[in-house]
Each structure stands twice: as structure tokens, then as C-alpha cells.
Design a protein around this ligand. Structure first.
Ligand code: ATP
Ligand code: MG
Length: 371
């Protein structure tokens, strides 16, 4: 028996409620497959922080490094200053395990309202692969005096910007720098090519903005094109603004989309909106080692404990996790079961969020029984 150990972090609010349903689905999908999922539960989140004063124990990373994947509900609670737990847990783990890939699939599911005419019939099934470590997210820059002035002075000399109005009148200034390195662009491009291949596609689409930011994104285009070629995959490029325009008009034409960090962040939410929102939006972070999979929605404290959370996003995140563990068959079984559940359920058996009356647990049981 092949054993995969999953670290289960339910977290806060509806997190534990939806994670329980995803776990049920994953176990059902693995039954009889020759792979057994072994779950290890960790209590981290707002409750743990309030009772112990600790965000993550010192040995957290060491403990998790013995697991194959992390399955997470949601972190965040109104009683804790926004960002403290998110940074202290999610970002810590992302950096500790160098999870350089952010995966955001977007699919049109039956009965989930799609705000674009014709899209439900034509079908949307795409994957955004976002670089997770570089670009404008490295905290490089500053405001006001000091370092930044030196940079701007240097630029003035270089580009003869003394006549540039905004730089010559002594305003306060801010600078944020984006970075791209060849190894980072290569590894994310290779990942995108791998996923595209798995989806039966022959090309990937790179969304950047090389016309306006040639240093950063011209470099991206050059390296990504070379890497894709080496991977035997064709690559198209599109400016990200044009891509957004086409995305809301013809979302069914997209497959695997590769994006630098900032554009990936924005484009992922765009597609979550296009495909019907938080209830079905799954996500994952992945590196060469352990990955971390979670629904896109937050802890939704307003509905926690009321058995009304829609667990489908968490269930689909479990599917994404199985795929990353090489369990593609199980992953597909979960996706199909969610589709069947939505297709075959009468209105009142649907999630409350979709106008139905089914509770969280009831939906989880229905999906698991279909698998
Ligand atoms: P965070 O900062 O943690 O992302 P947020 O403020 O973005 O939190 P969410 O927790 O994602 O908010 O919730 C936004 C709204 O969507 C809330 O009203 C919440 O009740 C609703 N919501 C989120 N997830 C679900 C779900 N799985 N089922 C039903 N409703 C949900
Ligand atoms: Mg949010």
C-alpha cells in the first residue's frame, strides 16, 4: 500500500467545516486505488493563537516536512489584526517550502451562474499558473529620502530625466521594484508546460506587459519562450490587458495561462468571478516538495457554525491536491462527482449560497457518495 501523508489545517471560521468535506471526498476517491491517505491534523489558526500566543510552533516546518501535502481550510479571524495570521502561517509555509507555483483552475460548473452570455454552453475549463516568488512582490523599494533618492538620482543621470515633471519638482516619491530571474522563470514555465501537457494541450499562453515594461517582461518573454521550446510546447504571448478583454468576451478559448506574480494575482480573481465565484474556486501552491491546497474563499466568520458554507471549493481543492500528488485518476473522479452532483440535484439540494437548502455536511456526503 502506497501511503500519502496529508497535513490537515482546518484553520478558522468555516475552514474546518469545509475541509472535513474535502477530506471525505479525497478518501472516497482513493478507496481501492492502492494509495491510502493518512491525515495529520494541526490546530493552527486564530483559536490556537489566542489560547497559546503562538502563531506557528517552532517545529511546524520540520513536522510538515514529513508530510506529502498540506490541505488547508481558511486562516483569519476578526479577533486578530488582519494579516497577522495570514502572513505568519500562509506566507511562512509558502517561503519555507519554496512554493513557487500558484495554481488557479477556473471551470464552468452546471447551475453555477456564469455572468457571460454563451459561456455556460461553450464551457470554460482553464488553468492559471502564477509565479509565486518574484516580480513586484519582493518588497524591494521605498518612499521618501534615502536609498530611493540615490536610485532616482542614478536614473536621472542614466536617462536624462531632469526634465521629467514628476521627478524634478521635489515631490515625495515611492518606488517598488520588480525582479525576474532566469531560474525562476524557467521553473514556472516548465511547470505550466507540464500542466498543459496533462490537459492534452499543445501550447501555453504567457500574459505579460512587455510593451510597457520591457526590462522585466521582455526578459520573461525571452526566457519563457526558450524554456517552452525546450519542453516541446508552443507558447503564445499576449499583453495582460488585452487578455482580460478577451477573457470576459470569450473565456472558453483559454487553456493554460502562465503569468508573472502580479498579473497572475489579478487574472486569477478575474477568472474566479467569470466562472461563478467563491463557492467553486479552488487553489493550490506548489514547489518541488510539499504543496499547499486551499479554497480561495476566506474563513467567512459571518456564516461559521451555521452549516451553510458551500464546501465545493474545498472539495475541488482536494482534487487539485491529488493531481499534484500524481493521483490524476482520483482527482478527475472528484471533479466529475462535483459536476454530477450539481447536474442531478434539485434546486433545494444545492448549496444555500446557490439558492438551495443543503447544509455543508449534506453536500459533502452527496459528493462522496457519487465518487
Ligand atoms: P479573507 O480576507 O479571509 O479572504 P474575505 O473578507 O475575503 O476574507 P470571505 O471569508 O472569503 O471574505 O467571505 C466573503 C463573503 O463570501 C462572506 O459574506 C462569506 O459569507 C461568503 N462566503 C465565502 N466563502 C463561502 C462559502 N464557502 N460558502 C458560502 N459563502 C461563502
Ligand atoms: Mg478574500
Amino acid at each position: 500500500m502506497n501511503v500519502k501523508t496529508i497535513a490537515q489545517i482546518g484553520g478558522d471560521g468555516i475552514g474546518p467545516e469545509v475541509v472535513k468535506q474535502g477530506r471525505k471526498a479525497a478518501d472516497a476517491a482513493m478507496a481501492g486505488s492502492g494509495t491510502e491517505l493518512r491525515w495529520r491534523e494541526f490546530p493552527w489558526g486564530a483559536g490556537h493563537y489566542r489560547s497559546t500566543g503562538e502563531i506557528l510552533p517552532e517545529n511546524a516546518v520540520e513536522e510538515l516536512s514529513h508530510c506529502d501535502s498540506i490541505y488547508l481550510g481558511a486562516i483569519g479571524d476578526p479577533s486578530v489584526k488582519p494579516g497577522v495570521l495570514e502572513r505568519g502561517i500562509l506566507l511562512t509555509l509558502r517561503f519555507a517550502f519554496d512554493m513557487y507555483v500558484n495554481l488557479r483552475p477556473a471551470r464552468a460548473f452546471p447551475k453555477v451562474p456564469i455572468p457571460i452570455e454563451g459561456a455556460a454552453e461553450k464551457g470554460i475549463d482553464l488553468l492559471v499558473v502564477r509565479e509565486n516568488t518574484e516580480d513586484l512582490y519582493m518588497g524591494l523599494g521605498g518612499t521618501g529620502d534615502g536609498e530611493i533618492d540615490q536610485i532616482i538620482e542614478a536614473k536621472r543621470g542614466l536617462y536624462n530625466l531632469t526634465g521629467h515633471v514628476s521627478m524634478s519638482t521635489g515631490h515625495r516619491m515611492a518606488l517598488q521594484m520588480g525582479i525576474a530571474t532566469e531560474p525562476a522563470v524557467r521553473r514556472i514555465t516548465a511547470t505550466a508546460c507540464g500542466y498543459a501537457r496533462g490537459r492534452g494541450e499543445r501550447s501555453i499562453l504567457l500574459a505579460t506587459k512587455a510593451n510597457a515594461m520591457p526590462h522585466l517582461y521582455g526578459f520573461w518573454e525571452e526566457i519563457a519562450a526558450d524554456e517552452a521550446k525546450g519542453q516541446g510546447m508552443a507558447m503564445e504571448t499576449m499583453n495582460v490587458d488585452a487578455m482580460c478583454y478577451h477573457a470576459v468576451r470569450r473565456p472558453w478559448e483559454f487553456g493554460t495561462i502562465l503569468c508573472p506574480n502580479l498579473f497572475g494575482d489579478i487574472v486569477s480573481d478575474l477568472f474566479a468571478g467569470i466562472t461563478g465565484g467563491l463557492g467553486v474556486a479552488a487553489g493550490g501552491n506548489q514547489g518541488d516538495g510539499i504543496g499547499m491546497f486551499e479554497p480561495i474563499h476566506g474563513s467567512a466568520p459571518d456564516i461559521a457554525g451555521t452549516d451553510s458554507a458551500n464546501p465545493l471549493a474545498a472539495i475541488l481543492s482536494a482534487s487539485l491536491m491529488l493531481r499534484s500528488l500524481g493521483e490524476g485518476k482520483g482527482a478527475t473522479a472528484i471533479e466529475r462527482a462535483v459536476e454530477t452532483f450539481l447536474n442531478e440535484s434539485d434546486q433545494d439540494r444545492l448549496p444555500k449560497e446557490m439558492g438551495g437548502q443543503a447544509g455543508t455536511e449534506e453536500i459533502g456526503d452527496s459528493v462522496a457518495s457519487i465518487i
